[in-house]
Design a protein around this ligand. Sequence first.
Ligand code: ZN
Length: 352
Amino acid sequence: MLLPDNIKQWLNERGISDGAIITNNLSWNGSQIVIPIYNPDGIFLFNKYRRNPFGPDDVPKYKYDPGTTTQLFNAHKIVDAPFIIIVEGELDVLRLESVGLWAVSSTGGAGSFKDEWLPIFTGKNIFICYDNDDAGMKGATKLLTKLPARLVIIPRQEGIKDITDYLQKPEHRLSSLLLAAESYPILSEPVPEFKYIKDVKAQTKKYKYFLEQLLVKERNAKNAGEPFAHFDYIRQLLLNTIENLNREIRKMRYFKHPASDGSGKNGITEEDIRQAKEVPIETLYSGSLRKQGNRAVGLCPFHDETSASFVIYLQQNHFFCFGCSAKTDAIDFVMRRDGCKFHEAVKTLLNK
Ligand SMILES: [Zn+2]
């Protein structure tokens, strides 16, 4: 059924034009706004539902038809678009469409962007314009590792969370946000396969240099009273990459003079290392752990502490201590715990 007048007015007040409402076939099911979702060929797939903005807010904001999968909303309209703004919600897409811009969103929210959508964006100018909360910033920076996009930062202000909120004030211009958006191509460049340790070291140096520049930018943003929270997430991504490269160096050193069967010194093979890393860190930890979703938290075995800052990421089987920065995999854990060498830790883990 047609949208009730007050709902249509609410959408209009949020900058969504009648044209966008009609061409996107928004309707009303008696208690929710019905948003039809199409595939990239324009074939209808399922409905997503936005709760009544004037109704109770103790019901979920969004619902879906049963059995639906995450889709790229508006994908069928951006085939010829020269530039695309990736936003978090369908209504943000419609807000931008109302002023003639091309936008898309994942129907599953900030953290649910699928790799299979990446080809859609090839050769286009891309802006990522997620909400300015932590989930949004985290999702946006994760996307920067997949797409060479520019990151649009919506200033954190009272009552402003997404691009639609931001554009509610007439003095706010989208163009100034887009112009200020920075790209971080280093994040989406694939890390090459290395043959020599010196090449890994050169690559590490490149990241470290970028990291230094990032710190300067962050300091400048802080001094100028500009948003800076995204720098934290970008830094984390870079530190992870550097950490991976360091581990690569360690491994290359170990396998520098392989035996005839491909094993490194002390007869350890790549397969041994793989198996050793699979030993759950939980089983190596002797203390009590508190489980929180995909994490287990406890006192750090590697430094003195009274409140728990040691985290095991159960799915990845990695650990990190927020107190002393001890980190990574089961092999690292045993090396630290027993004060032993790499190959000794691998052997200990295999005998477990
Ligand atoms: Zn620690």
